[in-house]
Design a protein around this ligand. Sequence first.
Ligand SMILES: CC(C)(COP(=O)(O)O)[C@@H](O)C(=O)NCCC(=O)O
Ligand SMILES: [Mn+2]
Length: 902
Amino acid sequence: MAANNSDPIPDQLGEGGAGVKHETGEEVGEETSSSAAQATATTMLPRSSSRPQLDLSGAAIHGTLEDRNPTILLPNQSDDISHLALDIGGSLIKLVYFSRHAELSTEDKRKISTKRKLGMFNGGRRSYPILGGRLHFVKFETGKLNECLDFISSKQLHRGGIDSPSWRSGAQPDDIVIKATGGGAYKYADVFKERLGVSLEKEDEMDCLVAGANFLLKAIRHEAFTHMDGQKRYVQIDQNDLFPFLLVNIGSGVSIIKVDGHGEFQRVSGTNVGGGTYWGLGKLMTKCKSFDELLELSQRGDNSTMDMLIGDIYGGLDYSKIGLSASTIASSFGKIISENKELSDYRPEDISLSLLRMISYNIGQISYLNALRYGLKRIFFGGFFIRGHAYTMDTISFAVHFWSKGEAQAMFLRHEGFLGALGAFMSYEKHGLDDLRAHHLVERFPMGAPYVGGKIHGPPLGDLNEKISWMEKFVQKGTQITAPVPMGVPATTGMGGFERPTSKGDILRSDASAALNVGVLHLVPTLDVFPLLEDPKTYEPNTIDLDQDEFKYWFKILSDHLPDLVDKAVASEGGTDDAKRRGDAFAHAFSAHLARLMEEPAAYGKFGLVNLLELREECLREFQFVDAYISIKQRENEASLAVLPDLLMELDSMNEEARLLALIEGVLAANIFDWGSRACVELYHKGTIIEIYRMSRKKMQRPWRIDDFDMFKKRMLTDRKDQPYKRALLFVDNSGADVVLGMLPLARELLRRGTEVVLVANSLPALNDVTANELPEIIAEASKHCSILRKAAEAGGLIVDAMAGIQDDLKDEPVSVPLMVVENGCGSPCIDFRQVSSELAAAAKDADLLILEGMGRSLHTNLNAHFKCDALKLAMVKNKRLAEKLFNGNIYDCICKFEPVF
Ligand SMILES: CC(C)(COP(=O)(O)O)[C@@H](O)C(=O)NCCC(=O)O
Ligand SMILES: [Mn+2]
């Protein structure tokens, strides 16, 4: 690679490639007006010479003709279309591909009616401009090009998805063009043509690097991090203060690029001493066969046997006057001069480390000098040389820090290896990623080669069966595996059982697993930042930092809970052999994640409890456990609904002061029904639901650990009695008593006072949390015993017709304000308000009261969150350690935290 070439590189970004028309597919499945006007759309959508292509046969416009963006239905289009872009480097091929599952309109009655109420129904107009889907990152060794081609071919990535009718209907592969960058785009163009019949459209490497880095820094929250003294720290990049920065790409050679904006950059310098130098010299001097082997050797090296250190010159002392410690390298390989040794007398490990440090220091120093030259404070390092290698990053950081006296900061990127491929992806004319923001992206870490542990294992796994067989094989292989799957003792289930993970153990190979910590990016255009967050920029959902120590505790909690969870999950799927096999696979996969995080808590980005608890749920979903607690939830709902009428009668016999207190007590007491807490699960084994509830209520002695009840009561019953809240969002938690005997009666009280109530529930199951889908039925049942709820539910569109034969206990009630249900966009026991459903965001606009309930939503997360409206946080602390840590309190303490905005 050319050194010190400062020729400006013209801006070519954003223009490359022929039109890619699959974006029209995003409109499939959106709301359509019932009086849909139909027109053939085929002529409006020219076939693109670039890929992927759409099957436009039978296309029809739905919606009124006045609509500016009418829905276009493509009945014959595949439900999975993909973009593919490649970066074919000397040692690795990086693939970025996009898959999209057209989730055909699953709008149920609840959603439609809620959307209408919230003013979200737009008569067929597109409600979001960007496509949803998944962005996958995959690597192959260039030497195993065939594996890569097989992978592309097996997934039909070059033809727009495995079921794409574009190839069934005979579209000629000759037309297909794939964007590619890197030297291999030239070198292997013929192989791609021969094997896949596709042409590679070459994109400039530098353009791609910059476009990739800009996208990552804009769209991914935990992308950039510093690495000093072995510690990774994620840095929040302010979008308004991103440019200019220095981008140093360390490949075989090094390019140093000053980036001034999107598509605005200049290669200001470079050096010919780079990754190729390390690998070349290393190969010669150590006989290593691969770059990774050489890097791994350095792990065990001691560079002081070869490098002349300050201490060697100063008799073991620091040269403190100029700030050099005794261990600083004065001269790389300098010690060799005074020794009478052959190459074979030196350990390959030491050689590798000395080389690595020499080159890393040099790059760090040159980068700093260039940053100085242009007055830049931030330097991002990327390229295949780094590979998430701790020593390399530490050395570069040291150099930058040392020479800049702490003024400049070296930063690294989690997707560092994929900058080029991402940039090539961005060069499709319409890739749909332009408008993405961090809140639209959810990163998931599915199990399966070649991602696991960061080593490349050949083609990734397609279907579930393949994945499970792969896990089985790995389990049998034992300690050879890269993924840190704990070994199990034989048991009754399909895979030979699993064992609770015991510790991080020796099965982890630190560097291999640190190399790649890249998941699948789910693009969810319907996610929004919660509009009532006081300051989204400073908002941090997690109350406690999940550092190594804290993680150790959670590792044990979650590991201990695993066997019980697997039992429940397997039972929820009928206890079949298939379910057992999946149950074991789930346990292995989740244990592997835990072990990986135990080794490096920051492996998957900045990981808090909110992410960890969601990871467990996602892992269940990955192995197709739809709802592990379904039968428990149903049983508890039934039992609670049976006693609801008595409770409502009791409440109605009280004066309003006593009633308000009883209602809050009721919510706190019922929060005990939590299948995620070990202490609570032990309780259930001792008593019935009603016994536990009564006991829990009896224990409700005030003052609670945080007790703002009087303040809340004053707001409700005294200060602004005549000005009820307009709309309250009630974030409900668990099924059964928690929602039926706790939150519903509280909702009823608010409705009775003229407050609109929106019940906010999970979009997907998590433990025994009630979901938004389940709530309407529960409300309908509860409404049979209560006219307030019934009228409000009718007004909110939750129940359609007045039910016959209900007791009309409160005939003189005024016309009801609506009771609605919205989903929160989450499938976790916690909530991250930076990413909620657009439905919830819309409902929040007119809300002036939030009630967060439960340990997950108001203690683990959001205890310290500030909102633009009044907030009431209610929870029972069902974990001893948390009670001690947060409040110096005890297990089963209660929290009633009211935060009015004045
Ligand atoms: C998972 C939970 C946050 C659910 O609590 P909830 O939000 O339902 O009140 C909680 O049960 C929990 O933190 N459990 C793990 C700790 C334990 O077993 O004590
Ligand atoms: Mn819960």
